[in-house]
Design a protein around this ligand. Structure first.
Ligand code: PLP
Length: 458
């Protein structure tokens, strides 16, 4: 077996990591961790540390680690038929079964699922299909996409443009033209602290209306949003936000893409964020929870209204010129089928709802009155704490104090993974759905100790 030193050397010499400070990593200035195994809600690293994964990888290992039901299904599929493509009407029993399972769970007005590999490529597919849709409808000017600041939709050329985080644009010549951003529905970060939630929603709606008026409704094809802002800080929408936004979109004939990559398949304690918040999307992006990350697989779910136009398009133009070699890969599909069955069999969505609420309530009880905890928010198995220098004025800490990363590091040293969300001093949790109340208690106790260690008691 290779020693940790050798692996560390090879890693720094050869491995180009995503979302990493490349120079620090290459120099060996930053911490690295080699993961060796995982079970349930815990990962085990090569130094033998067993760590409670309060973020389920990248909020994706929803069913928990080491599930034999899923790994056996993958092995059986690999032995039986490791690959066949899905072009020109080809399928496998597994990919057909998964498509049926997805559509049985999706809102009733949705019609078909196109399978890809990850959330980014699924959103690229959505945008291409939306452009195609408006070309078929004879309105070639209606192409722009509205996204939101603090939204995350991937890091490709188009999806990185949709993402409303500066780090994903700077020096990459993004966003591409045709993508415009509107206000994030982040009530805690509202400019005017005297505003009520209803007034803030009215402001978000007004800003959207103003943007549509400035660009021209006949140039705007779609609006994309995560039901709950994820990477932008784990921010559930203010009450009534989605109903109000949906009304504006309907009025201007603008399609809605619900990016359900994080929220899909139960993270909010409902099957989809769209069900949870009463959204009626024309497209849904799915990935992570589709297979609980046992294999890469994503999907673009399209509504019956969109599907009809796509069908007409191929009657006019011939086969759709869009596809990936690995679309509907049978091994990913096998992971998806076994994962969705397991989630049902173990009633994991209900567990996400109840244990998620238990976790958030516990954090509020222990830290709700701490002078540097400005906000504790969440929904289902998704929650976050946002730290401030001064609570009454909501003054933030200077970025270079790195308060969020310090608390996250202190928590990790105690054996719990939380995520220092990049857009502020925000500690995020998105544990596997199988989290127990005992494990939730461990997160609560150790988070409290980490906060007190970094910020003191008062
Ligand atoms: N959309 C959302 C809401 C996400 O959170 C992510 C990834 O975190 C993506 C899209 C991109 O997915 P991927 O990283 O699989 O390309």
């Amino acid at each position: 077996m290779l020693t940790n030193d050798v692996l560390d050397k090879w890693d720094r010499e050869s491995f180009f990591h995503p979302s990493t400070h490349l120079a620090q990593h290459a120099r060996g200035d930053s911490a690295s961790r080699i993961i060796a195994g995982a079970r349930g809600s815990h990962i085990i690293d090569r130094d033998g540390n067993r760590i409670l994964d309060g973020f389920a990888g990248l909020y994706c290992v929803n069913a928990g680690y080491g599930r034999r039901e899923i790994t056996d299904a993958i092995a059986a599929q690999a032995a039986q038929l490791s690959y066949y493509h899905a072009y020109a009407g080809h399928s496998t029993e597994t990919s057909i079964t998964l498509a049926k399972m997805v559509m049985d769970r999706a809102p009733k007005h949705m019609s078909k699922v196109y399978f890809g590999l990850g959330g980014s490529d699924a959103n690229e597919t959505n945008i291409k299909l939306i452009w195609y849709y408006n070309n078929i409808l004879g309105r070639p000017e209606k192409k722009k996409i509205i996204s939101r600041w603090r939204g995350y939709h991937g890091s490709g050329l188009m999806t990185g443009s949709l993402t409303g985080l500066e780090l994903f644009h700077r020096k990459f010549d993004l966003p591409l033209s045709g993508v415009v951003h509107t206000q994030a529905p982040d009530f805690f970060r509202r400019d005017d602290l005297t505003q009520t939630e209803a007034e803030f929603v009215a402001q978000c709606v007004q800003k959207l209306e103003d943007l549509i008026a400035a660009e021209g409704a006949d140039t705007i094809a779609a609006f994309i949003g995560e039901p709950v802002l994820g990477t932008g800080g784990i921010v559930p929408p203010p009450d009534g936000y989605w109903q109000a936004i949906q009304a504006v979109l309907d009025k201007h004939d603008i399609l809605l893409i619900a990016d359900e990559v994080v929220t899909g398949f139960g993270r909010l304690g409902s099957m989809f964020g769209s069900d949870h918040y009463g959204m009626k999307p024309d497209f849904m992006t799915i990935a992570k929870g589709l297979t609980s990350a046992y294999a890469p697989l994503s999907g673009s779910v399209v509504s019956a209204k969109v599907w009809k136009v796509l069908e007409d398009g191929t009657d006019e133009n011939g086969p759709l010129g869009h596809g990936w070699t690995y679309s509907a890969h049978p091994i990913g599909a096998a992971a998806g089928v076994a994962n969705l069955r397991l989630i049902d069999d173990l009633n994991l969505i209900e567990n996400a709802r109840t244990v998620g609420a238990y976790l958030k309530d516990g954090l509020v009880k222990e830290l709700g009155s701490h002078p540097n905890v400005g906000d504790i928010r969440g929904d289902g198995m998704l929650c976050a704490l946002e730290f401030v220098k001064d609570r009454p004025t909501r003054e933030f800490f200077a970025t270079d104090q790195k308060v969020g990363p310090q608390i996250t590091a202190s928590l990790l040293a105690k054996g719990v993974i939380g995520r220092a969300m990049p857009q502020g001093d925000i500690l995020g949790f998105a544990p596997p759905f199988c989290l127990t109340t005992i494990e939730a208690d461990e997160i609560i106790t150790k988070t409290t100790r980490a906060v007190v260690e970094v910020l003191g008691k008062e």
